[in-house]
Design a protein around this ligand. Sequence first.
Ligand code: THU
Length: 134
Amino acid sequence: MDLQALFDTAMKASSASYSPYSKFRVGAALLCADGSVVTGTNVENRSFGLTICAERSALVSAVSQGKTQFVAIAIACPDAAYPVSPCGACRQVLSEFADQDMPVVFGCRADTVVHSTMGALFPFDALHELGHKE
Ligand code: THU
């Protein structure tokens, strides 16, 4: 699957977003090493700090299915006027499983997709020496 198709999948996933407080839908699509795609959405909570972002939602879903190797992630935020990149917490959590050269693409529409990488979004990972990578 190419990155634009992965973005389209993230956009479709955003329709399942549970975001009654922010009204800001986000979808994420994680391309796994086995060729499968696992999606996630943001899931908000009335105790606002317990909200989980779409990126972490997709990641924990994939890992829960035994998938821990990833090729790329796409994030779609149709309610934004500009491409929204992963938050700091998601960058940290994604870095547990993503190599620095893994593509991260994000956009609010299919024609505004920004192409980045894990390393560009999360450089100088101070904890990489603690990482458990085989
Ligand atoms: N959100 C995500 O799901 N991913 C991002 O990259 C940015 C923010 C969610 C969290 C919250 O439900 C809403 O967007 C507004 O911050």
